[in-house]
Design a binder for this molecule. Sequence first.
Ligand SMILES: [Zn+2]
Length: 119
Amino acid sequence: MADDLLTTRARVMRDLMATGVATADVVSLLEDAVSERRWWSEQWPAGREYVDGLVAQDVQDALLEKVGRWPLCTQCEDDDVHALYIHPELGGPDPVWVCEHSGTAIAPLGGLGTDSASR
Ligand SMILES: [Zn+2]
């Protein structure tokens, strides 16, 4: 179980680093989210496939208060700064970051900022 959550932590951490916001404060927000969801996941092992997306959303919410919107869309041409959101929104396997502005899947969770991101 703990190992599973380490994978979750690593995926979200990769996106934080890829977007240049992985300061010590932000990493501790991630640690908090992971430890809360670890408890949740232990109560409901069948919910494991939801955890990656939920932790990402927890971190996104926490960052909104501390830093601002995250992660920002870098794919759209227009100047209207907007964030990406995890889909499926209510959790599920294989979470992806989606630009709701253009309706495009930008990258899988843990895959932000890579050149393989689809346009
Ligand atoms: Zn966009």
